[in-house]
Structure formats: structure tokens, C-alpha cells
Design a protein around this ligand. Structure first.
Ligand code: AMP
Ligand code: MG
Length: 337
């Protein structure tokens, strides 16, 4: 199959929506990362997403709606707290896990009785959903296990020949996937995957916000994942990633001792001045680091890095999302100095 590159003009979006209506898979820009979109209610189309990504069948897809008011069409029940969250965070990078109804096939929900619901804010994604007349299941548009794509070029590299089209909407604004939450009870939400809607932001609306243990810790042998994505190795480039929790000065000292052939360091922007080894920067604060992380991980593969030591980001605010992606990319290998 030839994968066509569409622009995000009216015609490009019309064509993308038409392809989705006809059961094809299309790479679509969103404000988080690029998604691999298909009709969430069409089992064959959803199977084609899993096949293109090489994604395990029990790893559920998020379903994207044009407007939160449509949530009742696809779910059994919606807690009052979800509506209050939607008022503040929809459209935007927040996914809420809710009990699904029969309009959502089990292929889409990875066999679960729940479904992740999101209302994206990216104008191209939003328009494609509207024009398609359905709701769109869209995981990140990378090969399973590899860093998520933040440009149309990344998607083309991973998916050329496997999907019908990619819509070019430029660089993803946020750079990490949505925050995924579930509801423990009427007043408590649980963060299953951190993102740009932070714990601190959720606490403005929710009395209690729990960070699931698996966000920062490896699942124990036999431990059940609250969210299936937690089970799998994720976000990993070919290079071996190792996280280092250290100050800028301590990290430079560590680098001086650990540099060598094929070894790179991923450091904060502003720290490159006297850095003793080959390095790339990934931003000066957590928001910039979220925006740049996946692009840098792909770049490190392109330049042939074999091992990469990454200076760990902060763990609060958006930093928790960056930390979570990195600790998984590193297979939970963290050095603390
Ligand atoms: P991706 O599609 O690559 O953005 O990954 C979506 C992730 O959201 C999955 O790997 C799951 O961990 C999580 N997720 C989606 N739907 C559900 C659900 N129904 N229950 C729990 N977690 C979910
Ligand atoms: Mg993904």
C-alpha cells in the first residue's frame, strides 16, 4: 500500500475523514503526539490499527470524541466528577476511563469493559472526527514499543506502506501522550498515565488524586496492571537508555567518567557550556522537555547512539509525565548521585 501524505487544508482533512469512514487507518496530528486513527466502532478498521503498530491485542485504544456531550452514546455511566473535569479540561490532553457500552467493540477496548474517552483540541483532529461522522480510536502512531511520533515525518518513517495516509499538521505542541485517569469513587481519581493535565491541575477540581504506583515503579511479577499499557516496554529507542538523577554539576562530573564510543548524554538546555562529552539538550524545564523528549530519543538513534545517559527531569507538574516516559524507556534503570 502507498501511504499518501495529506496537508491539513480543507481538502486534506476531507480526504482523511473519507478514508476513515471507509475503514482505513490514517496518521493524524493531535496536540499530544500523532495518532493512528480509525473508526472506533468498526472492528476490522481497529484490527488494522493493531496490525500496523504491532500492538498486543490486550492494550486498549483511546476513543476520541468531537465533544464531551457525546460521552453517553458510548458509555454505560458517567460520574458527576467526570462532567466537572470535562468542563475544565475538554477539549484537551485528558483521557477518562469509563464503563463502555456495546457501541464500542471489545477489539477497541482491548477486551476490557471500560473505554478511555478523550476530546482532542487539535483543529485538524477535531475536524476529521466531525467530518468522519463517527468516533476515532487512535493510539500513538509509532511502532509498538518505540518512542511516540511528534511529526508527520516520524509517522511516515514508522508506518510508510502500512497505513492509507498521514495528515501533516506540523510539530505536536505538547509532545507527550494524554493524562489517563480512572475513577476510584465519586471524589477520587487515579492517574494511570501522567501527562500535561497534571496532578496539581486535577486537584483544583478533584478532592483526591492518587498517582498509581506503576507510574514510577516496575510491576511486580504477577501484579495486575490498572492500565494494560503499564505492562509493556515502551517509548524505547534502539539505544540503551539509563536515567541519572543528579544536579547539573554532578551530571557533568559523572559524564567525565562515563563517556566513550557510542555514548551520549541527554542534558538540560543551558547546561551544555562546559559539558565534557557528546550531548544533546532536551529543554530547560519540564514543559520543553515534554515537547522535545521523543524527538530527541529518535534523533539519538539516527546518530547511532548505543548508550544514552539522561539527566532525570523533575517529578512534579508536567515533569512527572517526562519522568514516567523516561523511566520506562530505561527499563527502570536509574542511577542516583
Ligand atoms: P496509546 O494508545 O499509545 O496512547 O496508549 C493508551 C494507553 O491508555 C494504554 O496503553 C492504556 O494503558 C491506557 N488505557 C486506554 N484505555 C484504557 C482502559 N480502558 N483502561 C485502562 N487504561 C486504558
Ligand atoms: Mg503509545
Amino acid at each position: 500500500m502507498d501511504t499518501i501524505l495529506l496537508d491539513s487544508s480543507g481538502n486534506g482533512l476531507q480526504r482523511a475523514a473519507e478514508l476513515i469512514r471507509n475503514g482505513s487507518v490514517v496518521g493524524i496530528p493531535t496536540e499530544t503526539v500523532y495518532g493512528l486513527g480509525a473508526d472506533a466502532c468498526n472492528e476490522a478498521a481497529v484490527r488494522a490499527i493493531f496490525a500496523a503498530k504491532g500492538r498486543p491485542a490486550d492494550n486498549p485504544l483511546i476513543v476520541h470524541l468531537p465533544d464531551f456531550s457525546q460521552v453517553t452514546r458510548y458509555t454505560e455511566s458517567v460520574p458527576e466528577l467526570a462532567y466537572r473535569l470535562a468542563e475544565r479540561f475538554c477539549p484537551g490532553p485528558l483521557t477518562m476511563v469509563l464503563p463502555k457500552n456495546s457501541r464500542i467493540p471489545y477489539v477497541t477496548s482491548g477486551g476490557l469493559d471500560t473505554v478511555g474517552i478523550r476530546v482532542p483540541s487539535h483543529p485538524a483532529m477535531h475536524r476529521i472526527i466531525e467530518l468522519s461522522g463517527t468516533v476515532i480510536a487512535a493510539p500513538s502512531a509509532n511502532r509498538s514499543g518505540y518512542p511516540s511520533p511528534t511529526s508527520a515525518e516520524h509517522v511516515m518513517r514508522d508506518m510508510n506502506g502500512k497505513i492509507a495516509a498521514v495528515v501533516d499538521g506540523g510539530q505536536s505542541e505538547l509532545g507527550v501522550e494524554s493524562t489517563v485517569i480512572s475513577f476510584d469513587n465519586d471524589s477520587t481519581v487515579r492517574i494511570l498515565r501522567p501527562g500535561c493535565v497534571t496532578r496539581e491541575m486535577l486537584l483544583d477540581i478533584c478532592p483526591e488524586v492518587i498517582i498509581d504506583r506503576a507510574i514510577l515503579n516496575e510491576l511486580a511479577e504477577g501484579e495486575k496492571a490498572a492500565s494494560p499499557g503499564m505492562k509493556y516496554k515502551h517509548y524505547s529507542p534502539k539505544a540503551d537508555i539509563i536515567m541519572v538523577e543528579a544536579s547539573a554539576v554532578a551530571f557533568a562530573g559523572f559524564a567525565a567518567e562515563h563517556g566513550g564510543d557510542g555514548i551520549y548524554f541527554l542534558i538540560f538546555s543551558g547546561d551544555e557550556g562546559n559539558f565534557p562529552c557528546r550531548c544533546l539538550t532536551y529543554g530547560k524545564d519540564s514543559t520543553e522537555q515534554a515537547h522535545l523528549l521523543f524527538e530527541r530519543l529518535r534523533e539519538l538513534d539516527d546518530i547511532g547512539a548505543e548508550r544514552v545517559y539522561v539527566r532525570a527531569p523533575e517529578k512534579d507538574g508536567v515533569g512527572l509525565a517526562v519522568y514516567n516516559r523516561l523511566i520506562r524507556a530505561a527499563g527502570f534503570e536509574v542511577i542516583r548521585i
